[in-house]
Ligand binder design. Sequence first.
Ligand code: PEP
Ligand code: MG
Length: 600
Amino acid sequence: MSNDARTEELQPEVNITLQGIAGSPGIAIGKAYLLEHEDIDVVEKRVLDSKKIPSEVKRFKGAVKKAEKQLQGLIDQVPEDLKDHIYILDAHMMLLKDRMVYDGTIKHIQQEEVNAEWALKMTVDEVKSMFKKMPDPYFRERAADVSHCSHLILEHLLGSKPANISGIDKRVIIVAHDLSPAETTQMQLEKVRGFLTDLGGQTSHTGIIARSLEIPAVLGLGNATQLIKTDDFIIVDGSVGVVILNPDEETLTRYQERKDLFEEYQAMITRSSHLPAKTTDGFRLSVMGNIGQLEEVVSVIDHGGDGIGLYRSEFLYLNRKTLPTEQELFDNYRDVAEIMAPRTVTIRTLDIGGDKFANGLELAEEMNPALGLRAIRFSLQSPEVFNHQLRAILRAAHFGNVRIMFPMISEVDEIIRAKQLLNEAAESLVKAKMPCRADIEVGAMIEVPSAVMMADVLAREVDFFSIGTNDLIQYSLAIDRGNKHVAHLYQPLHPAVLRMIRRVVEVAKEAGIEVTMCGEMAGDPMNLPVLLGMGLDAISMNPISIPAVKKMVRVLSLKESKKFMDEAMKQPTAADVVALVRDTYGSAFSKGALFQSVQG
Ligand code: PEP
Ligand code: MG
């Protein structure tokens, strides 16, 4: 063997590429810091003497108390830039004492006469498998929250040390199996260039936090913690979900250029995010934000949103044992309305049931939750729960520009009944002389194919339509929106989806009502020429997508988009539509779309 060959053998392999989920856009280049936990996943089962059971229960309760104290300490010291996310730690605080985990563990200790660690593990496995069966990815990923909380308790039961995070003293890319919100808040975030995790997806908290702090992240890598060691040199491309381990010179230069370009582009779009989304021929598209929590309102304003096109109100009902009171709902909605005023706030009534459940509600287990008792179906069957929400919305409308919309409408009777209940709620408020606004605008979400077909009938009953493409695509293409095995078939630009959208827009125009889109499809600039060409009045999206979308609107012309849409409608497949977008708008997308999710 020659010397050269032997030297080659000793060289580490270069450009090892790992593919994960794009968690937060941007590029980070630097050294890895592997976050290692003491291995507490393997717990031992011990069968105890019956006499020892009460003290074992006490030991468990003591560990929960210590975990609560630890978490409270973290909450009290949350750094300023993470204050917006404190609700995540608050939710963990509640999870520690959650009936399912807390009572479940005590029951296992008592009934099976086993040690607390084992009882906790059994309970957590049960609760996690329940979460994991939920079709909605947001709720599936809440299984991770249960893990994080049980880890905290386990650490105290076992007396083991948590991973050392606060001591990181150089700028690094954090590599972890999973990152709990408690861990994230302990980091000095100015030291963090990027995040990589084995677990997690787009809607995991690591993703949510990384996006709001604008730190690049790749999640769901599977085995990054096995392949990457502390001080390994890596590139993280959070825009496309790629990690490169040991990059060679050429790759490094390429990514450095890409990083500069990205940062230049981000700075540019953020600078211009407050300019109106006006096409080159003068059409003003309203670009709004979707929120799930009061805390996100600021992000909509900061990113230049024209209003809130979707307030997913169900989050106020989750992570708690009792239902929110009318007053609690009102306080929350009023805050949103006041902060956004005079801009529009569209509150969607509860989209709960089926895949999304709340502890305070008794919901039957369903074989097919996506087709079950969810959203408006649930609200109409629970008039008291619905009434509190309707009253809270009408009262909040007194303080800003609030409108209401009903989710999952599949027939006109649902709208008629919901409006009846809304009127009754308004009458009772007026009678009680409570400040409210009785004549707020009412909208229907169009997310079920039957609503598309009956749009002309529905249009007589409402002031606006909002197309919920996340569900409309799922129901029309028969693709479970949370099933990764069919994710490649989930195509927003599928001709069937485009025809449905076109029908809804045409019907709305004929009826003289506003038509908006609030599904994820609206947040991808790639879809914009078609959506603009269709004639949508407004679109609403994740707040961080707003600047790029607004910028893209400003380089498009409404007239050209209409022509383009006619061409797109002639295409037989989604791939043909995507190809047409690329052929026609390649240059317009060259910078903007470079960093957005790329379809096809
Ligand atoms: C939708 O279905 O497109 C939508 C916006 O609602 P959600 O994602 O909350 O179901
Ligand atoms: Mg929906």
